[in-house]
Write a protein that binds this ligand. Sequence first.
Ligand SMILES: Nc1ncnc2c1ncn2[C@@H]1O[C@H](COP(=O)(O)OP(=O)(O)OP(=O)(O)O)[C@@H](O)[C@H]1O
Ligand SMILES: [Mg+2]
Length: 241
Amino acid sequence: MGRGVRVIAVINRKGGCGKSTLVRGLASAAVARGEKVTVFDTDSSQSIYGWMRVARQLGNWDDAVDVMHTYDPAEITARLDAIYAEVPHDHLILIDTFGGASEALDDVVMQSHLIVAPIRPGRGDYTETMETLIWHERLKGRVADPDDVPEYRIVVNGITPEPSATERQALEHIFETMPVIEEPVLERKAYKQVDGEGLLGVIRNKTRMSIVQRHLTNALEEMSVVLDLLDDAIIERMEAV
Ligand SMILES: Nc1ncnc2c1ncn2[C@@H]1O[C@H](COP(=O)(O)OP(=O)(O)OP(=O)(O)O)[C@@H](O)[C@H]1O
Ligand SMILES: [Mg+2]
């Protein structure tokens, strides 16, 4: 069944929690399924735009993925309108933001179907992620209709194979107090490789070494499950409205 056009904004005030990593992973998962992907990179460091340029040079890109670097909500709106005007198709739209972002993002958020925040447990991410959740709650008070504010989901990021007692405790606390999706994202070398080289599926298909290929496949499958869960959250919300 078609998924249509979905807009996901990746937002967390906490720097370095894995926002751009998640955007790269979700873009990879969607394009590997044959979807079109558009990424709006609103970060001055151009983390996604720069990634695309390197990936293109290395031949690790797919033209079904489009990246636009912009700070202008009106520019985002115009591009979204153009996408909505196309014949119906599956299209994942991701908005990458910088750490510390807040009210400046109101306009961008109101054009999304879902807000997603990665969080790394046991690293002091909790407080700032909670602040981001509070910002989201307050946004409902700033708009005409609070029901128009998209829902928020938390993605746990950077889980190690043998978490320490502190990490486990932090994880439990996150699951008890935040709207977390079930699938955690593991700490993986594959995500660093994606960062430096390009789209996950494209790199995987070019890799000869079977062990590296397996690691990349596992990461791609992980991101595919995360994408499914985020899509489920969007569909649930649409059906409820
Ligand atoms: N699951 C992961 N496995 C391995 N490395 C990761 C993972 N998540 C993030 N990283 C690494 O951690 C660093 C910070 O991640 P990233 O750039 O995605 O964070 P960010 O939230 O986008 O930061 P900023 O707020 O500065 O934009 C990067 O070097 C990235 O490769
Ligand atoms: Mg980033």
